[in-house]
Write a protein that binds this ligand. Structure first.
Ligand code: PMP
Length: 394
């Protein structure tokens, strides 16, 4: 049967790497591949109690349809949290609840992108943001990025070269996949550039609260003078991803457009999930919970970095992220990390080869390590296995 698919589907390819990574589901595999939080840290007992509380006190409302914007007390909590941590000045009307921040990225494509528009992104960038934007027929312009964020002269060059640039997509805190964090100066500069060229910035911040050392930095949005910057956030990494609750935050006019498109997508987010999260936030101390997560992930990060320094070849370069879930490894140019992964899977260890994170270019000697979802005791063993396989690649 020859199906008459929409044109957009032809730009969405099955990933060879995803097929390979299916093998990591075997329990004996030490996987540094996914971006998963540690399930042993989910506050299951508290969620059970919050869930019972919501059903007992407000079951009818919790199981009913609700507004597209989302549950008001939750939106208010998010606005206040962002204001206190990120230097924004939001209220509940600036927030719309989404199914994960992933949905906020997809809706951003719907709101802003026409076919042929350009999305300017860090190089490398978050794989599923590439997929989300790509389905709207955009092209990508990778902007050279160093330890402080996008190189602003390169960003400006790209904006001049591509007048159809609509979105600058950035992850300023503990970026996926590199773990890098933008300096305050670059945050201010990108806000200035977005005003000068009238381009939207999507500031994606799933990991900002997971800082293990150093000072918290205010957001790019805090430097916004024109209303061009929208922020995405999520409960996935500080609470749990299973409820799929995230948000988009921005000026009211822009959020109204997101509300319009979300109505056509799914009407609203899961009502009970929003109410259970709001009840949890009211009854329990989420800061204490986040501190617990930080402590565990910081130790896992330290073990991973130490093991890489011991077991990987001396010419290996790697990031030392101050937070988040990932670190980024650059091996000798001769090494192809897809081939390396194939061999590593035979030794029951996995990671994601770096080339998936570049929409146009390819750096086949890079890889991403997730350290949050492997028990401390297994991290060194897993990294040592990769190190051993690397000896064959001399
Ligand atoms: N943005 C980035 C940079 C991510 O790494 C992720 C999750 N891995 C997301 C957005 C989406 O997360 P969620 O939909 O669970 O909020």
């Amino acid at each position: 049967m020859e199906y008459k698919y929409a044109r957009r589907i032809s730009s969405i390819k099955a990933s060879e790497i995803r097929e390979l990574l299916k093998l990591t589901e075997k329990p004996e595999v030490i996987s540094f591949a996914g971006g998963l939080p540690a399930p042993e840290l989910f506050p299951i007992e508290e969620i059970k109690a919050a869930n019972n509380y919501v059903l007992e006190h407000n079951g009818g409302q919790a199981l009913q349809y609700s507004t597209t914007e989302g549950y008001q007390p939750l939106r208010k909590w998010i606005a206040e949290r962002m204001n206190s941590q990120l230097g924004t000045s939001f209220c509940d009307e600036n927030i719309m609840i989404t199914h994960g921040s992933q949905q906020a990225l997809d809706l951003s494509g719907k709101v802003f992108l026409d076919e042929g528009d350009a999305v300017l992104c860090e190089s490398p960038t978050y794989l599923a943001a590439i997929s989300a934007f790509k389905s709207y027929g955009c092209k990508f312009v990778e902007v050279e990025t160093d330890g402080e964020g996008m190189i602003i002269s390169e960003l400006e060059k790209a904006l001049k070269a591509f007048p159809a640039s609509k979105i600058i997509y950035i992850i300023p805190n503990f970026q996926n996949p590199t773990g890098r964090t933008w300096s305050l100066e670059r945050r201010q500069q990108v806000a200035d550039i977005s005003a000068k060229y009238n381009v939207i910035v999507i500031e994606d911040n799933p990991y900002g609260e997971l800082r293990y050392e150093g000072d918290f930095l205010t957001s790019v949005k805090s430097f916004d003078r024109t209303g061009n910057i929208v922020c995405t956030g999520t409960f996935s990494k500080i609470f749990c991803p299973g409820y799929r609750i995230g948000w988009i935050a921005g000026d009211k006019d822009v959020i109204q457009k997101y509300v319009l498109v979300k109505q056509g997508v799914d009407l609203q987010c899961n009502t009970i999930a929003q109410m259970v999260i709001a009840a949890y936030l009211e009854k329990y101390d989420i800061d204490a919970h986040i501190n617990k997560i930080r402590e565990v992930y910081r130790r896992r990060r330290d073990v991973a970095i130490d093991a890489i320094s011991r077991y990987f070849p001396p010419d290996t370069k790697y990031t030392k992220p101050e937070g988040g879930l990932f670190l980024w490894v650059e091996l000798n140019d001769r090494i192809n990390t897809v081939k390396l992964l194939e061999r590593c899977l035979e030794h029951d260890v996995a990671f994601v080869p770096g080339n998936s994170f570049f929409p146009n270019t390819n750096k086949s000697n890079t890889l991403r390590i997730n350290f949050s979802n492997t028990q401390e005791g297994k991290i060194a063993d897993g990294i040592a296995r990769i190190g051993n396989v690397l000896k064959e690649f001399k």
